[in-house]
Write a protein that binds this ligand. Sequence first.
Ligand code: ACO
Ligand code: ZN
Length: 459
Amino acid sequence: ELPYRGLFDFSEANTFDTYPDPNFKKLFNTLVYKSSLLKNTKNHRNLITTNLQSTPQETPNSKNKLKVIHFDDYEIDTWYKSPYPSQYTSNPIMFICPHCLSYYDSSFTLNRHLLKCSFNFQPAGREIYRDEDEKISVFEIDGRKNVIFCQNLCLLAKLFLNSKTLYYDVEPFMFYVLYDYSNNSSFKFVGYFSKEKLNSTGYNLSCIMTLPIYQRRGFGNFLIDFSYLLSKREFKLGTPEKPLSDLGLLSYRSYWKLSVIREVYKLLFNNEEQLIFKKTDTDIKDPHLKVFSVSIDDLSNLTGMLHDDVIVALEQLNSLITYERNSQNKFALIFSPSLVKTLYTTWKRKSSVKLNGDYLIWKPIILGPSGGINTNSTMVIADHNNASSDTASYEGQLMKNVSVIVNFLKDDLEDDRDIEDQFLEKIIQQNSENNELTSQEKNEFTFSKARITYPGMKF
Ligand code: ACO
Ligand code: ZN
C-alpha cells in the first residue's frame, strides 16, 4: 500500500534520504568543539552560550549571574534580579528581542529569531495612539489575550524594579506599551505601564517602567500623562498604586506639579498669554491680588488626579495658604502668574515628546462579571430555546445587556465633549456668574496675614 493514501507515488513519499548520515554527526561534533573554543575568548562576548564543559557543581542553575542585557544595539546594566528561567541567567549577558521581548542566551539564536519575529512591524494588541511627527505609538495589550508577551514584559520590567511581584499572573491587567518606530518603521519597545482591569481602589496605574536607555527623556512623564488621560476618558479620577519606588516618586511629584501648572495656566491666560480674570476686585487691600474662583476639586476634575495628589502639587508650588477668619483657619489657593507662566513655558520649550489627547482612539473596555479574566462575557444572550420557557430571565438578561451599552455610550449621548472641556467651561461660567466678593470677605481677606501651609503644619 502506498503511503499518504496514494497521494504521492513511492519515490515522492520516500523519506529514507533524510536520515542523518554518520558524517553529519561528525561535522556536528566538530562544530560544537570549535564554538566552545571561541566562546572562551574574551573578545567574543556575544558567543557566550551555556557552558557545555562545566562540571555538574557549576551547572547554570546554581547561580544568577546576569549582569547586562543586550537590547537592540545596546548593552544595558540590570539593576535587580528577575526570575527568568535559570538557563538564561547563568551567563552575564542575555539577549532580548526589542520587538517581542523574548529572551535568548546567545546572539546567534536572537538573530535567528529576528529573521522571523512577527512583532517587528505589528506588535501585540491594539494600537490606540500614534504620533506621526514623533514616530511613537502606544498599544493596548490585554494580559489575557497575549499571555506570553505580557509575561516577557513583566520579566524585563523586574530587572529595573525592586518591588514588583507580578510575573506570570498577567490576566487581570491591561498593558499600555510605548513603541518607537522611527527606525525603518519597525516597532521598538521604549517603556510601558500596566493597569488593573477591575479595581475598586481608584488605581489607574500599577507599574511603570522606561528602559534605562530611554530614561530622562520625558517618556516616563508621557506614560504617566497617558494613564491620566485614560482615567479622564473613563470619567474617573486616578492615582498610581502604592508604594512608589524612589524614581517613581520623583517622576510623579514632577508630573503632578506640571499637570496642575498646565491647568492653572489655561485658567489664567488666554492664547496671547494675556492674563484673563473674569473676576477682579479693586477694593481688596492688596492691589496686586486678583481673585479667581477655583477649588482643589476643580483642579482634580481638570487633571484626572486624586485630590491628595493635587494637594501634593499645590504644596510644591507654595500655593496652599491659610488665614484666620472669625478665629477659624480658612484655606485658599494662591498662584503667582509669573511663576505659572515661567514653569509652563519651560515645559513647553522642552524637546521631550508631549501627549496629544486628539491622537487617542480609545474607549474603556466593558468587563464581564469575571472582570475580564475569564472568557465569559456579559454580552452572551441566553439561547432562544430556553427563552420561551423562562422569558422573564431572558428579558432580564437582555435589559441588563442593553443597560450596559447605554451606560457605555452615556457620556457620548448626553454630552460628547471630554471631561476637561466640560469642567473648564463650568469653572469659567461659575466665575462670570458670581463675580462679587461679599463686603465681609473683602474686609477679612488680608493677603499679608495669610501663611503658606506645608505638610505636617500645626495650627
Ligand atoms: N533623578 C532625578 N529625577 C528624576 C530621575 C532621576 N534619576 N528620573 C526621573 N526624575 C524626575 C525628573 O524630575 C524628571 O523630569 P526632568 O527630566 O524634566 O527633570 C521627571 O522625573 C520625569 O522624567 P522622565 O524622563 O519623564 O521619566 P523617565 O522616562 O526617566 O521614567 C521612570 C521614569 C518610569 C520612573 C523610570 O525612572 C523607571 O523606569 N524607573 C525604574 C522603574 C521604576 O522605579 N518605576 C516606578 C515604580 S512605582 C510604580 O510602578 C507605581
Ligand atoms: Zn521578537
